[in-house]
Design a protein around this ligand. Structure first.
Ligand code: PMM
Length: 266
């Protein structure tokens, strides 16, 4: 899954693809690099970010979804809003990716039930402006995240969404400290116990900056985390992830192919 953030302020690629034509072009180049799916989002979720209003989110996202779908690209929409999700599906999106797992907008789960497309339920504990304060877990972060994701699965099933349409995601970097993110990737096998495909979104995230910190402890900046992202992608793929969500598709597509060759020798 390649990322197109149509935002002025996403933490790692904000501002680059902010106009429609540039964003569509970017999506096409991600496909040329090997993306099977292009995730289009119009709201930054970087830690501390404040919300964008709905009209502005629609204005950013819908023309890009329409433009990519018209080119035959499978598009997912990265949104916490039911209205954006509905209009994106009308514009050709084939998957709804909600980082709040349906919690931010009470109309989201009913909208997904109506739309009939797959739905990514990400682990989430609150909006970006104060999510870091929610990074408090019991003895084992994996156990807590699995339990909270199970609650989201149950909410979706209760609303009539078929289990086959659900994908789960541990939400790396969302109400997590670096050690939580690392424990979740190391504990990927436990996420499979939920019985649903797993999406991993670790691309250029803070925990990789900490892993790659210099001798004085300064984290590696976001733009210099792509090799680490590819390594993470290979590990996630090898551990059975259904998809990885990344900015630099080329390196990750290669990494995933290596992982696949190891698990399924021809
Ligand atoms: N991370 C971001 C945005 N959307 N969606 C899913 N399913 N999983 C993620 O981990 C995720 C996401 C934030 O990263 P960005 O600002 O680089 O897009």
């Amino acid at each position: 899954m390649g990322v197109v953030n149509v935002t002025p302020d996403s933490f790692s690629d904000g501002g680059h693809w902010f106009d429609t034509a540039a964003a569509v072009k970017r999506g096409l180049s991600l496909v040329a690099d090997g993306a099977d799916l292009v995730d289009v989002g119009g709201e930054s979720t970087r830690p501390g970010a404040s919300r964008v209003d709905e009209d502005e989110e629609l204005r950013r996202v819908i023309p890009v979804v329409r433009g990519l779908a018209a080119e035959g690209v499978p598009v997912s929409v990265d949104t916490m809003r039911a209205a954006v999700a509905r209009q994106a599906v009308e514009a050709g999106a084939v998957l709804i990716n909600d980082v709040s797992g349906g919690l931010a907008d009470p109309a989201m789960i009913p909208a997904v039930a109506d739309c009939g497309v797959p739905f990514v339920l990400m682990h989430w504990r609150g909006f970006s402006h104060d999510m870091n304060s929610r990074a408090v877990y019991g003895d084992d972060v994996v156990t807590d995240v699995v339990a909270e994701l199970q609650d989201r699965i149950d909410a979706a099933l209760t609303a009539g969404i078929a289990a086959e349409r659900l994908v789960v995601d541990p939400g790396l970097g969302f109400a997590k400290q670096a050690r939580h993110d690392l424990a979740l990737v190391a504990g990927l096998a436990d996420l499979h116990a939920l019985g649903r495909p797993v999406l991993i979104g670790g691309s250029r995230k803070r925990f990789l900056g900490h892993v790659l910190a210099g001798p004085d402890g300064t984290p590696r900046p976001a733009r210099a985390r792509d090799a680490a992202t590819a390594a993470l992608s290979a590990i996630a793929a090898h551990e059975g992830a259904w998809a990885v969500r990344v900015h630099d598709v080329r390196a990750t597509a290669d990494a995933v192919r290596v992982a696949r060759a190891l698990t399924r020798p021809q």
